[in-house]
Design a binder for this molecule. Structure first.
Ligand code: GDP
Ligand code: GDP
Length: 437
């Protein structure tokens, strides 16, 4: 289960700076792709060697926003009310303000554990800044400078002290032969219809997994002799309740589901193209490094001409995730499901494949000999050997010299070379470059 940390504070104190520092993804290659967008409110922090947590930036909590912005702020506030810990961010240079006072009143009412984060303490007396906020009576407080990553380790330690212990969740504690699968997508793409269709066919062998995450349901099922766990599954609760929850936490629910799955089926609505919200969901799955299958739903409702249009749009907009298989389906009529599950199976097999050090080193040698990287300032980066370092996604540590100078084109070349050589489909592939031996 992904814990939730909420950033609360008046405008301009550095919440979005802190949000970015916490949630910045390691995977720059993927991050900078056009076609991937990110929700400005939600992200996942993945500190090295620690369990991940979700972060929500509540925006200017005290503002009286109207319309859509207001709705977003209300949702974010609702999220803060459910957070495991609230980071109350204030400006250490300006000291307490009237708006801070108001926010504090609101925070007390929520009753959530609160950590006072005094930001912008770079180049000033941090202790004095902390003292200025002492009258807030928040015993748990810390001085940071988000823009300079100062105090980040201490902040993370304080955050983790508020998070529930990361035991193995019942959802993750499954038989390794069972594929953990999540159907994700923006509202109305057809997730519930698909899940009900899939379970309708398999009703006899599906069973609920109780008490896995807050207000979520996971389901075990079997299909064509293979075992699956549908995690955090939409469409099984009464629709009215689902709507309510989805309304409030749509992004958070999606993040939860992604965190718990091995293969994410990202659903699009063929009749609507790919919206910003679709791109955000895709971005979440890519950030998490999950195996990916794209289900283009509502294919039944399109004319031949519309299908052609949809095909060309998809190949253009999804060219950067060429490695993911896209399957045309109709959840309503149940068509394309055999292909969909076959693609899920291939993605899972690739994502969980085991490699030996010798085959990985051999692959690096061949890749290097076939196409050495370009010279940078008179020197050629040298790739020496490599070893596997985990799966889902397959991760390879490459040792050598001047690896920092490898450009993106070369990194992509290595990725594609590995995909081809090891027949990897439907999964991201990660490289970690280590200088020296
Ligand atoms: P938000 O409105 O609370 O999301 O605040 P932003 O993250 O947009 O930051 C507001 C301003 O404060 C920006 O100009 C940031 O560059 C600046 N800022 C953020 N963190 C720090 C910090 O640690 N030190 C200093 N000196 N400035 C910061
Ligand atoms: P969710 O919000 O993603 O769970 O979406 P729903 O499953 O509730 O579906 C939203 C709407 O799309 C409903 O009116 C469905 O009947 C419709 N729908 C779902 N799948 C299909 C499909 O394959 N074809 C067509 N034509 N409509 C579909």
């Amino acid at each position: 289960m992904l814990p939730l940390v909420a950033l609360v504070g008046r405008p301009n104190v550095g919440k979005s700076t802190l949000f970015n520092v916490l949630t910045r993804t390691r995977d720059a290659l993927v991050h900078d792709q056009p076609g991937v967008t990110r929700d400005r409110n939600y992200g996942v922090a993945r500190p090295e060697g620690r369990p991940p947590f979700a972060v929500v930036d509540t925006g200017g909590i005290a503002g009286q926003e109207e319309g859509l912005a207001g709705a977003t702020a209300r949702q974010a506030r609702a999220a803060a009310e459910e957070a495991d810990v609230v980071l109350f961010v204030v400006d250490g240079r300006e000291g307490p303000s009237a708006i801070d006072d108001e926010i504090l009143v609101w925070l007390r009412r929520t009753g959530r554990p609160t950590l006072l984060v005094v930001n912008k303490t770079d180049g000033i007396d941090a202790q004095q800044s902390l003292n200025e906020f002492a009258r807030y009576g928040l015993s748990d407080s810390i001085a940071v400078a988000a823009a300079h990553r100062q105090g980040l380790d201490a902040l993370l330690a304080r955050i983790y002290s508020h998070l529930p212990d990361a035991g193995v969740s019942p959802v993750l504690d499954t038989d390794p032969s069972r594929v953990r699968l999540a159907f994700i997508g923006r509202p109305n793409v057809g997730k519930s219809t698909l899940v009900n269709r899939v379970l309708g066919e398999e009703r006899m062998i599906a069973s609920e997994v109780p008490g896995t995450t807050r207000d979520s349901v996971s389901i075990d099922m079997e299909r064509d002799g293979r075992l699956y766990r549908l995690v955090d599954t939409a469409g099984l609760r009464r629709k009215s309740r689902v709507d309510e929850v989805v309304e409030k936490f749509s992004a958070f629910k999606t993040l939860q589901a992604i965190e718990q799955c091995q293969v994410a089926v990202v659903m699009f609505d063929a009749s609507e193209g790919i919206t910003d919200q679709d791109a955000t969901v895709l971005g979440y799955a890519l950030d998490a490094g999950r195996a990916l299958v794209i289900a283009v739903n509502k294919w039944d409702g399109l004319t031949d001409y519309q299908r052609q249009q949809a095909e060309s749009l998809l190949s253009r907009k999804l060219s950067f995730v060429e490695w993911a298989e896209a399957v045309r389906i109709s959840a309503k009529h149940g068509s394309g499901l055999r292909e969909l599950f076959a693609a899920v199976h291939r993605a899972h097999a690739s994502a969980t494949k085991e490699f030996s050090t010798s085959e990985v080193t051999k692959a690096i040698e061949v890749a290097y000999e076939t196409n050495p990287p370009p010279t940078v300032r008179g020197h050629v980066p040298k790739l020496r050997f490599a070893h596997p370092a985990g799966n889902n996604p397959p991760t390879f540590v490459v040792h050598g010299t001047r690896l920092r100078t490898l450009n993106d084109t070369y990194r992509r070349y290595l990725e594609n070379f590995f995909r081809k050589r090891f027949k990897l489909v439907g999964t991201p592939v990660r490289f970690v470059f280590k200088e020296g031996t």
